[in-house]
Design a protein around this ligand. Structure first.
Ligand code: PLP
Length: 435
C-alpha cells in the first residue's frame, strides 16, 4: 500500500501496564466527579481512561498505557493525532497571532484557507462561512436556507445527528436528545426514514418522499448526512443521494449535505457526496477539518450564499472566534496533509480490507449486521448493553472504540486514516476476541 512503515514499530501497538483504568485515572476521576457538571462525563469503575497524549493512531493515558485508537476521537484526527505538520503550523500561527477579529479585521491565513477549500470541495461550493463547531455550521445553513428560500420548514431523517445547539437540535432525529427540549425545537422539522440500504431501495424511498411532500410549498431545505454517523454508520441506498438532488432541484428545495463526520476523506473520497457525484446547495464541514483545533464551515454555491446582504459594517451572522487564525492555519495544514498523503485513496483501500474482515464478525452470536464505507464502519450488536460491554472489554485490552446508534447498539469504527494495515488488523483481532 506504499504507506506502511518498513518494520513493525512496537510503539504502534497497545501496551498495558496493569488493570484498566489505572490508578492515576481512578484518582483523577474522583476529582473530576467533584467539579464537572454531572451530565458530561460517564464515570464508572471500568470506564473511561484519562488521555494524556496521542500520536498518529495511538493514545497514551495518564498511567502510560497505550491504546490503538479506532475512533480518531469522533473522526477528528483523520490525519493522525498531533500530526507534525499541523502542530508546526499551529505553533507558528500561535506565536504570531492567536486571535483575529472575527468579521472586522481579517487575516491572510483565513483568505488562503478560503481559497484552498474549493480545490477539494465538490465543484461550485465556493463561498464560505467559517465557524467553530459542527452545530454552528449547521445553524448557519438553516439561516441561509431561510434567507435564500423565504421558507422555514425543514426535512430531516430519523437517526440524524447534526449537533445539539438548539437550532441544530431541531434537526436531530434521535429522540433522547430532543425530548427534554421539545418546547424549543417543536414544529421546525418533519422527519422521514433514512433510506438505509439494508431496508429499502432508492426508487421506493424517493417515491415515499415525493408522496409526502409534493403538495407542500413551505419546505426550505432537506438536511442529510450522506452516511449517518452517530446514528450508527447507516449507508443510504445507492442512487438515493442523486435522486434526492434531482427532487430538490425540481421542487426548488435546498439540499444541505452535513459532511461534518464524513468529510475530508473518511469514506474514501474527499466528501461522501462525491460517491454519487452530487453537488449539494450547501454543505457543512468540521471535525477532521482542523485535526483537533476547533474549526468548521458552511460552504455553498454563490447564488445561494448571496442571499445574505453585503456587509455594511455589522454582520448579521458572526461570532467572536469566526475565522480564528489558528483554526485557519490548522485547516490549511490539514488539507495539505490529506493531499500529500492521498488519504481519501488510503481510506478506500483500507476500507476494502476492513469491510470483508468485519463481515466475518457476523458469524459470532449477537452480531446482527456490519455496514460502512471507507474508514467509517458500524457493527450492529444485539442491544446497547452488549455494545457497552464490548466497548469496555476492548478498552481493557488496549483498543478504543465508540458506541453509536439511537439505541447505542452499534460499535463504530472510524480510525485515523493514517492507521497502518498492521495496526488495524491487530485491533480487529482484539475486538473479535472480545466478541
Ligand atoms: N453534524 C454531524 C454529522 C456530526 O456528526 C456532528 C457531531 O458529531 C455534528 C454535526 C455536530 O458537531 P459539533 O459536535 O462539533 O457541534
Amino acid at each position: 500500500m506504499g504507506f506502511e512503515r518498513a518494520a513493525r514499530v512496537n510503539d504502534d501497538f497497545e501496551e498495558l501496564h496493569g488493570p484498566i483504568p489505572g490508578p492515576h485515572t481512578r484518582e483523577l476521576a474522583t476529582h473530576l466527579r467533584a467539579v464537572e457538571a454531572r451530565n458530561v462525563t460517564y464515570l464508572a469503575d471500568d470506564f473511561p481512561i484519562f488521555w494524556e497524549s496521542a500520536s498518529e493512531a495511538t493514545v497514551t493515558d495518564v498511567d502510560q498505557n497505550r491504546y490503538i485508537d479506532l475512533t480518531a476521537a469522533f473522526g477528528v484526527a483523520a490525519i493522525g493525532h498531533s500530526n507534525a505538520y499541523v502542530v508546526a503550523a499551529v505553533h507558528d500561527q500561535a506565536v504570531r497571532l492567536m486571535h483575529g477579529m472575527g468579521d472586522v479585521h481579517p487575516t491572510e491565513v483565513r483568505t488562503r484557507l478560503l481559497e484552498a477549500l474549493p480545490r477539494v470541495l465538490p465543484t461550485g461550493l465556493d463561498r464560505t462561512f467559517l465557524a467553530t463547531t459542527g452545530s454552528e455550521a449547521v445553524e448557519a445553513a438553516m439561516k441561509t436556507a431561510v434567507l435564500a428560500t423565504g421558507k422555514s420548514h425543514f426535512i430531516a431523517f430519523r437517526g440524524a445527528y447534526h449537533g445539539l445547539a438548539p437550532g441544530a437540535l431541531a434537526l436531530c432525529g434521535i429522540e433522547k436528545f430532543r425530548t427534554p427540549f421539545e418546547p424549543i425545537v417543536a414544529g421546525v422539522t418533519t422527519f422521514v426514514d433514512y433510506p438505509d440500504v439494508a431496508k429499502t431501495d432508492a426508487p421506493t424511498a424517493l417515491a415515499a418522499l415525493a408522496d409526502r411532500f409534493d403538495d407542500r410549498d413551505d419546505i426550505a431545505a432537506v438536511f442529510i448526512e450522506p452516511i449517518q454517523g452517530r446514528g450508527g454508520c447507516v449507508v443510504p441506498a445507492s442512487g438515493y443521494l442523486s435522486g434526492l438532488r434531482a427532487w430538490c432541484s425540481k421542487r426548488r428545495i435546498l439540499l444541505v449535505a452535513d459532511e461534518v463526520y464524513t468529510g475530508f476523506g473518511r469514506t474514501g473520497t474527499w466528501f461522501a457526496c462525491d460517491h454519487e457525484r452530487i453537488v449539494p446547495d450547501l454543505m457543512c464541514i468540521g471535525k477532521a477539518m482542523g485535526s483537533g483545533f476547533p474549526v468548521s464551515a458552511l460552504v455553498g454555491r454563490q447564488e445561494i450564499m448571496d442571499a445574505w446582504p453585503v456587509s455594511s459594517g455589522e454582520a448579521l451572522h458572526t461570532s467572536t472566534y469566526l475565522g480564528n487564525p489558528m483554526g485557519c492555519a490548522a485547516a490549511l495544514a490539514t488539507i495539505h496533509e490529506i493531499e500529500r498523503a492521498k488519504l481519501p485513496d488510503r481510506a478506500r483501500e483500507l476500507g476494502n480490507l476492513l469491510g470483508p474482515r468485519l463481515q466475518s464478525f457476523t458469524r459470532h452470536p449477537g452480531v446482527r449486521a456490519v455496514r460502512g464505507r471507507g474508514l467509517m464502519w458500524g457493527v450492529v450488536l444485539s442491544n446497547g448493553e452488549h455494545a457497552e460491554r464490548v466497548v469496555k472489554a476492548a478498552l481493557a485490552r488496549g483498543v478504543i472504540i465508540l458506541q453509536a446508534g439511537p439505541e447505542g447498539d452499534v460499535i463504530s469504527l472510524t480510525p485515523p486514516l493514517v492507521i497502518t494495515q498492521q495496526q488495524l488488523m491487530h485491533a480487529l483481532d482484539i475486538i473479535e476476541g472480545v466478541l
